[in-house]
Design a protein around this ligand. Structure first.
Ligand code: FE2
Length: 425
C-alpha cells in the first residue's frame, strides 16, 4: 500500500515506470500493481526530479521598477538601484515578495533554490526576511541562503563583520564578490579570507566571481587555489565567471585544468549574463557567458542559474528553469542531442549536486519530490517549456494543472486536438 503512485510516466533516461511513494520517500520505481491512497496518471508524460536553481537573489525578487527601472541595463546601475531599494524595503515587503515568488517556483516544479542575501546594510533586514521565508517554505521548498557582501567585503566599512553576523544568525553558505573590491589585490585577499571562514565553519562557499567583461579579472584562479588549499572541493562554486568569455585562450588552457583540479563547480546565469554583459562593447558585442562546454569537457560540474526575476537587474522571468536552460543552450551553442539532454540535467541533477542535495533523484529511498511535464522527453521539454501537470514535494501533491490542449477547426483540414507542438494526439 502506497500513499501515492505516479503511474506510467517516462523518466528522463527514457524508461517508463511507476513511482510508489510512502510518506516523504520514494519506495519503489518500476511496475507497481499495489493499491495507493492517490494516483497521478502520467502516461505519455515526462516525470522528472524537481528543478533546482543554484543562484538567485530572493531579497530583490519582484521589485521591478522600484525605485525606478534600470535605464542603462548595466550591472552597475542595477547595484546602485538596489542600494536605494534595500534601505526602503521593510522585512514584511521582502517576505511578501519572496513568498509570492516561491508560489511561482512551486507551480513550475522548482523545489530547491540557493539565494544570495545582501549582508551590506547594518540593519540586515534582508537576512531577517529570508530566514523567515526559509522557515515558512521549508515543508515544500528547500531554500539555501548565502551571506553575500554585495558592496564588497572590504569596500563597505562593515562588510566583513556583517557577513559573520549573518552566518551567526543562521545563514548557511559563505558568499563573496572579489571583482567588486577596490583592487585586484583586495579581491584576492577577500577570497583567502572567505575561504578560511567557510573551511573553519564547515560551510559551503559560493562566490560571485569575475562577473565582468574584463579579461584581466582572474579571481577564479585565486579562488581555485583557495579551494585546493582548504580542500573545499565541490562545496565551493564559482558563480558567473563571465570574464572567462573574454580571456586569452592560452591563459584559459592553464586555468580550466586548475578549476577541474580544485573540484569546485561553476554556475553561469545565461538570462542575466546575455543581457548585462557586453554593454560597453560596440560591435561585435560579447555574449558574456563563461566557457560551459570546455569546463564540462574538463570534468567540472556546471549548472545553470536564474539569478534574477523582475528586479533591478532583470526585467523578465517566470521561475521556469527551462527558460534558463533554453537560453543557456542557445548562447553556449549546445545543440547536439547529447548537449541538449545535458542542459536538462544541468537544471535538475547537476544543480542538485552543486547545492549538495544528497537525497535527490527518482530512486528508492530518495526524497519523494518530482514534477510531471506535458512533454515526452527532456529535449522536448526544453523545446516546449510545457505545462507542469503535477508537482509533488516531499510526498505531497503541491500543484496541479489541467492539460492545455488546443482544438483546431480549419478549412480543408480534419478537426483535431493538438497536444503539444509535436502534432495531433
Ligand atoms: Fe547573482
Amino acid at each position: 500500500m502506497f500513499d501515492l503512485i505516479v503511474k506510467g510516466g517516462t523518466l528522463p533516461d527514457g524508461r517508463v515506470a511507476d513511482i510508489g511513494i510512502r510518506g516523504d520517500r520514494i519506495i519503489e520505481v518500476g511496475r507497481i500493481e499495489a493499491e495507493a491512497g492517490a494516483v497521478i496518471d502520467a502516461t505519455g508524460d515526462l516525470v522528472s526530479p524537481p528543478f533546482v536553481d543554484p543562484h538567485f537573489h530572493m531579497d530583490a525578487v519582484l521589485s521591478y521598477g522600484l525605485p525606478r527601472v534600470n535605464a542603462s541595463g548595466t550591472l552597475l546601475e542595477g547595484i546602485s538601484l538596489w542600494g536605494e531599494l534595500r534601505e526602503q524595503a521593510s522585512v514584511d515587503d521582502m517576505v511578501a515578495r519572496a513568498l509570492r515568488y516561491c508560489d511561482w517556483a512551486v507551480s513550475m516544479g522548482l523545489l530547491a533554490i540557493r539565494t544570495h542575501v545582501d549582508t551590506t546594510p547594518d540593519h540586515l533586514r534582508g537576512v531577517t526576511a529570508m530566514l523567515e521565508v526559509q522557515r515558512t517554505v521549508a515543508p515544500y521548498l528547500d531554500l539555501q541562503l548565502v551571506a553575500f557582501p554585495q558592496d564588497g567585503l572590504y569596500r563597505s566599512p562593515t562588510g566583513r563583520q556583517n557577513v559573520l553576523r549573518a552566518l551567526d544568525m543562521g545563514v548557511g553558505v559563505v558568499g563573496g564578490i572579489p571583482h567588486f573590491e577596490r583592487t585586484m589585490e583586495e579581491g584576492a585577499e577577500s577570497l583567502c579570507d572567505l575561504a578560511r571562514i567557510a573551511a573553519e565553519r564547515g560551510l559551503m562557499w559560493d562566490v560571485h566571481c569575475d562577473e565582468t567583461d574584463d579579461p584581466q579579472s582572474r579571481h577564479v584562479e585565486t579562488m581555485a587555489r583557495e579551494v585546493v588549499r582548504h580542500g573545499l572541493g565541490a562545496r565551493a562554486a564559482g558563480s558567473h565567471l563571465t570574464s572567462m568569455h573574454s580571456m586569452d585562450n592560452y591563459y584559459v588552457s592553464k586555468l580550466i585544468p586548475l578549476i577541474a583540479e580544485s573540484g569546485m563547480t561553476a554556475i553561469p546565469n545565461p538570462l542575466i549574463n546575455i543581457t548585462l554583459q557586453g554593454r560597453h562593447d560596440s560591435y561585435p558585442k560579447r555574449r558574456g557567458l563563461t566557457r560551459v562546454r570546455e569546463l564540462q569537457a574538463a570534468g567540472v560540474t556546471v549548472g545553470w542559474g536564474q539569478d534574477c526575476v523582475l528586479d533591478p537587474w532583470y526585467s523578465l522571468g517566470t521561475a521556469d528553469m527551462l527558460d534558463v536552460a533554453f537560453m543557456g543552450l542557445h548562447v553556449a551553442q549546445m545543440t547536439h542531442p547529447e548537449e541538449m539532454a545535458r542542459c536538462f540535467r544541468m537544471v535538475t541533477q547537476d544543480n542538485a549536486s552543486i547545492m549538495g542535495l544528497h537525497d535527490y533523484g527518482l530512486v528508492p529511498g530518495g526524497l519523494a519530490s518530482l514534477v510531471v511535464l506535458d512533454a515526452g522527453s527532456p529535449v522536448e521539454a526544453l523545446r516546449l517549456r510545457p505545462d507542469r501537470l503535477a508537482v509533488v514535494s516531499k510526498g505531497r501533491i503541491v500543484a496541479q494543472k489541467q492539460r492545455n490542449d488546443t482544438r483546431l477547426a480549419l478549412p480543408e483540414r480534419p478537426e483535431q486536438v493538438r497536444r503539444r507542438h509535436g502534432g495531433a494526439a
